[in-house]
Design a protein around this ligand. Structure first.
Ligand code: FAD
Length: 273
């Protein structure tokens, strides 16, 4: 089997900060890690490799700093890694990102399975997996919780749908996005870390991807634009009651009771609860 795993570099914080003027994520000064949900995709690939025999290639699109994430995938046990990096790729939305990733998969060719995480913890759209499958014109299964059976032509998977699971037979080549339930990701071993340090990553720029031009990627190739970024405001419509001494207590209680009545939070005289 030939397995490709899509991994994204994300900021190591759940508190993602945005640049409100450009609508982009502020990545400076924030440590980057492999998208935690992509570790499940890596683990799934490594388990398939152990059971059925496979080569596993980790692929990431991002700045040169994303090399660290590809190396981490190798430290976990992936055979090799490819970093897709070019200044033309900067500012890509999900569609442009998927375009780049799909061209890389097509260039590798002859793969059986592409694995992706359920979603990235920063962008959080869960669009990239389905878009890559669509661009490659291959079957897609999302929210996969288990791989039940595999042969050289197809596999049977279980996916979470609302409150139940459904089993699907998916022919190869296909793309699968996985849930946390699928497997517990392993930690890199010392030998794995040594392998990663010695590994020569392939670095592909826009010129290495046939059939793609600069108008199709980056901000220019992104059909969606961030028009505004804002934080939801939590408005508390309360009243300010000041109590300086005991004499203020009675009117303060009355004011508070009236406020609660006005909000229908306590019954008015004669009103049923
Ligand atoms: P999801 O779709 O949630 O990811 C699902 C899975 O796809 C991941 O688990 C992973 O397996 C795979 N995957 C996702 N991204 C990658 C990747 N890069 N490499 C390998 N695998 C991957 N970001 C910027 O840095 N600059 C911008 O200017 C910018 N503009 C944007 C404008 C818009 C309108 C939008 C919606 C997003 C923008 N982004 C920008 C964010 C960027 O497009 C997304 O981070 C990226 O496209 C991936 O989308 P996502 O994070 O929602 O991934």
């Amino acid at each position: 089997m030939k397995i490709l795993v899509l991994i994204k570099q994300v900021p190591e914080t759940s508190n993602v900060r945005m640049d409100t003027s450009t609508g982009t994520i502020i990545r400076e000064g924030v440590e980057s890690i492999v998208n935690p949900l992509d570790l499940y995709a890596i683990e799934t690939a490594l388990r398939l490799k152990k059971t059925y025999g496979a080569t596993v290639t980790a692929i990431s699109m991002g700045p040169s700093a994303a090399e660290k994430c590809v190396k981490e995938a190798i430290a976990m046990g992936c055979d090799d890694g490819i970093l897709l990096s070019s200044h033309e790729f900067a500012g890509s939305d999900t569609w442009a990102t998927s375009m780049i990733l799909s061209k890389a998969c097509a260039k590798i060719g002859d793969f059986d399975l592409v694995l992706a995480g359920e979603r990235a913890t920063d962008g959080d759209t869960a669009q990239v997996g389905p878009e890559v499958a669509s661009l490659l014109d291959i079957p897609l299964a999302t929210y996969v919780s288990s791989i039940l059976k595999v042969n050289n032509k197809e596999m049977i998977i279980e996916r979470l749908v609302e409150k139940c699971y459904e089993s699907l037979l998916v022919p190869f080549p296909c793309l699968v996005t996985v849930l946390k339930e699928i497997a517990v990701p392993r930690l890199p071993t010392l030998r794995g870390k040594q392998n990663a340090r010695a590994a020569e990553l392939q670095k592909w720029s826009i010129n290495d991807l046939p059939g793609i031009c600069s108008e199709e990627v980056g901000l220019a190739g992104s059909p969606t634009q961030v028009v505004k970024i804002s934080t939801p405001k939590v408005a508390r419509h309360g009243i300010n009651i000041k109590i300086k001494d005991e004499r203020d207590m009675e009117p303060a209680i009355e004011a508070l009771v009236q406020f609660l009545k006005d909000k229908n939070l306590i019954p008015k005289r004669g009103q049923e609860i």
